[in-house]
Design a binder for this molecule. Structure first.
Ligand code: GDP
Length: 196
């Protein structure tokens, strides 16, 4: 599956201002610099899409894009900008929490994880919070082009072992690169399958 058309719809800080129709939506979130904008642009075949909406001043907004007039792709603000507090969950903006917990359209959240680095507390805590709140999510490992395949496998293994300390099973995950397009088909097929 390829995306044919993507259009920016709205940026805002308030879930009440998100589009009012009932189209399914899929949101992308992760620590700042994880490669979220690059991945969104890669999925959409549009090098400027996510950057357009994440100009300074727009980075803390919920950005809706309509894809092929069928579903919304939602670019959520990156977390973990500031110093990491003891309880990163508390720091997590209320806006994002409201969106995630109260947006009926949200079908799946893609949580982006940098494949090159060890499991980060802020990501693990965030996913635990999603689990506690029964929010459907998948993991998206980014920047895999920067790793040799044995190193990637090793890192995924480490991550999954860490996850299994608190999870009964590993969530659905994707290994991606905005550079090579790895994982793109898998993510788009996953969305298409759910939308069927
Ligand atoms: P964001 O803050 O999560 O939106 O991250 P960006 O998409 O702006 O990416 C942060 C940095 O990582 C930029 O310098 C990108 O060029 C780089 N980057 C993002 N994705 C990839 C990738 O798949 N491969 C490589 N090699 N670099 C990437």
């Amino acid at each position: 599956m390829e995306i044919k058309q993507v259009e920016f719809v709205i940026s805002n800080t308030n879930i009440a201002k998100c589009p009012q129709d009932k189209k399914p939506e899929y949101a992308f979130i992760g620590r700042s610099n994880v490669g979220k904008s690059s991945l969104i642009n890669c999925l959409a075949n549009n090098k400027k899409l996510a950057h357009t909406s994440s100009k300074p001043g727009k980075t803390q907004l919920i950005n809706h894009f309509i894809v092929d007039e069928t579903w919304y792709l939602v670019d959520l603000p990156g977390y973990g900008y500031a110093k990491v507090s003891k309880n990163s969950r508390q720091k997590f903006q209320k806006m994002i929490e409201d969106y995630i917990l109260e947006r009926p359209n949200l079908i799946n959240l893609f949580v982006l994880i940098d494949s090159r680095i060890p499991p980060q507390q802020i990501d693990l805590e965030f996913m635990e919070w999603l689990g506690e709140n029964q929010v459907p999510f998948s993991m998206v490992y980014t920047k895999i082009d920067k790793l040799k395949s044995n190193q990637l496998n090793k890192n995924l293994h480490t991550y999954h072992k860490k996850m299994l300390e608190s999870w009964a099973e590993i969530p659905v995950y994707f290994a991606t690169s905005a550079e090579t397009g790895a994982g793109k088909t898998e993510i788009l097929s996953y969305i298409a399958e759910i939308n069927r």
